[in-house]
Design a protein around this ligand. Structure first.
Ligand SMILES: Cc1cc2nc3c(=O)[nH]c(=O)nc-3n(C[C@H](O)[C@H](O)[C@H](O)COP(=O)(O)OP(=O)(O)OC[C@H]3O[C@@H](n4cnc5c(N)ncnc54)[C@H](O)[C@@H]3O)c2cc1C
Length: 470
């Protein structure tokens, strides 16, 4: 077998650091094919064991989680440093300006996950004839048990059909092969590690470099296996193989933006149904507990898609979260996109400039886990002499014992959730999942609860505030 492919399989894939992006399988003559594994996560499989030929590009040089591809800052520097008025922030990477905002025109905001900026920016690229097609994730048209996949939209109507976040496994091998075979100018929407991977590919592949003109990044907490979608449908009465569709970000009028719902479609008791529930009321949806999380996400330090021309996420700040329609946090790194914002502010869009500090705060939990927590996870890997990719974060053991236990337990909860789900599926009973996970979650919550001293202090503060106000 080709030595580089063998090394990829023996390190990244074997040790469960594969994020399933499909870059390795997209290369011409690659013997790899992307398929879902038993945990509902994409990974490459060898379709031809006797493949000895060297590929034109080494799989190790483009895989986002290969040993030495911790290059987010380096890539950002090469691409963005030349832009006018660019600044650097250790969390956002290079940036021109940051904003909070939403789209005022048409249906972008109501159809979007947050303020609708993701698809609005893509629309501007199409309307201004800067690209011919947008590579993004839409409902899968094929009868293949997959709910979503990467497709290319070349009209605004098509683009809007693919609005909203897909917390679901997707891979890019086929869509990148299409780009290579079909001339055109494209923009790619993706999570941070996917964008970094395609940037690495573009450094070596002339066609990809010429054709993918813009990268729109999504802020990322972590990616989910397909068990996340299936478990939500199941809790609402749709068995995993009867789930036909899911909206992970149903806006609920009477609730804050961060208290959104989920809408599932499928067959329940022999009838086609559409069911909605506030997401937080479902058992598997606490993002801090990280159920069905790809292990690779535990070893990622790029929350704000630092190699993208523009990044959009949720402005999880109290002043914006109260609006159920949703508000984006936006980091702009490309001068053309900055100009689009300036030309449209006030009319088509509402935007307010944000400091880097505020951008950080909007994702503070994510940064704690992916920088502070990552340093401890790296330390543990080194202690156990286990393979791991290099990261921009250094390994460290200098955390409070409580924080260390929280990070350890989160990893454990995530790993156990896969086992619990498989057990439930085997017995065709979701209660099996709850019975398995409940003691683990109780144990985690107990450790996470504020200490008695802190609870007493909070009570005293509340009483004092009441006294002052009366
Ligand atoms: C796995 C994942 C984790 C995320 N974690 C966070 C987080 O921790 N914090 C945070 O603030 N925001 C997070 N986001 C981003 C957030 O959910 C919204 O996608 C973002 O705010 C854009 O909303 P919008 O209304 O502007 O987008 P829209 O106008 O709805 O446009 C979204 C665009 O993104 C495309 N898209 C959706 N999912 C994917 C995908 N998986 N891969 C490629 N393209 C996709 C859609 O097809 C659409 O074109 C995450 C998104 C994903 C997919």
């Amino acid at each position: 077998m080709n030595g580089k492919i063998k090394e990829l399989m023996d390190t990244v894939v074997k040790n469960d650091y594969c994020i399933g992006c499909g870059l390795c399988a997209s290369l011409t003559d690659s013997p790899l094919t992307m398929m879902l594994n038993e945990d509902g996560k994409y990974q490459p499989y060898l379709s031809d064991n006797n493949h000895n030929k060297d590929l034109e590009i080494s799989v190790l040089s483009i895989c986002p989680f290969a040993k030495n591809n911790n290059k987010e800052t380096e890539i950002g520097k090469k691409i963005f440093e030349e832009e006018n008025n660019v600044e650097f922030d250790e969390y956002a990477g290079y940036y021109i300006k940051n904003y909070a905002g939403y789209v005022k025109e048409e249906e972008f905001r109501s159809k979007g996950s947050s303020g609708g900026m993701g698809n609005w920016i893509a629309t501007q690229l199409l309307k201004n004839d800067l690209v011919d097609g947008i590579i993004h994730v839409k409902s899968s048209p094929d009868d293949n048990n997959l709910l979503f996949d990467f497709q290319i939209s070349d009209t605004v109507d098509e683009l809007l059909k693919g609005a909203k976040s897909k917390y679901y496994p997707v891979e890019m091998s086929k869509v990148l092969q299409f780009v290579k075979e079909n001339e055109g100018r494209y923009a790619l929407i993706g999570i941070p590690c996917y964008i970094k991977g395609v940037r690495l590919l573009a450094e070596q592949d002339k066609i990809i470099n010429e054709r993918i003109k813009f990268f729109i990044g999504l802020v990322c907490g972590h990616l989910k296996s397909d068990m996340f979608a299936k478990s939500m449908g199941w809790q609402l009465g749709i068995e995993p193989d009867k789930l036909n569709g899911i909206d992970f970000r149903k806006k609920l009028d009477d609730r804050a933006a961060n208290n959104y719902g989920v809408e599932v479609k499928g067959e329940k008791d022999g009838k086609e149904v559409v069911l909605i529930s506030p997401t937080k009321e479902l058992y598997t949806t606490n993002w801090g507990q990280g159920m069905f999380k790809y292990n690779a996400c535990e070893f990622c330090d790029d929350v704000l898609a630092e190699t993208a021309d523009v990044t959009v996420g949720d402005a999880w700040l109290p002043e914006y979260s109260k609006d159920s329609m949703g508000t984006n946090v936006i980091v702009v790194r490309n001068a053309i996109i900055q100009q689009i914002f300036e030309d449209n502010m006030g009319d088509a869009i509402h935007i307010e400039e944000l400091s880097s500090e505020k951008v950080y705060q909007s994702q503070a939990g994510g940064f704690r886990h992916r920088r502070d927590g990552l340093s401890y996870r790296l330390y543990l890997k080194d202690q156990n002499k286990e393979w791991r990719p290099n990261k921009r974060v250094e390994p460290s053991n200098k955390h409070s014992s409580k924080r260390k236990r929280i990070y350890e337990k989160r990893t454990f909860l995530s790993q156990e959730s896969f086992k619990a789900y498989k057990l439930a599926e085997k017995n065709r009973d979701f209660d099996e999942f709850i019975n398995y996970m409940d003691p683990l979650i109780k144990n985690y919550n107990k450790m996470n609860a504020p200490s008695i001293a802190r609870r007493v202090l909070r009570k005293v503060k509340r009483a004092a505030k009441k006294l002052i106000e009366s």
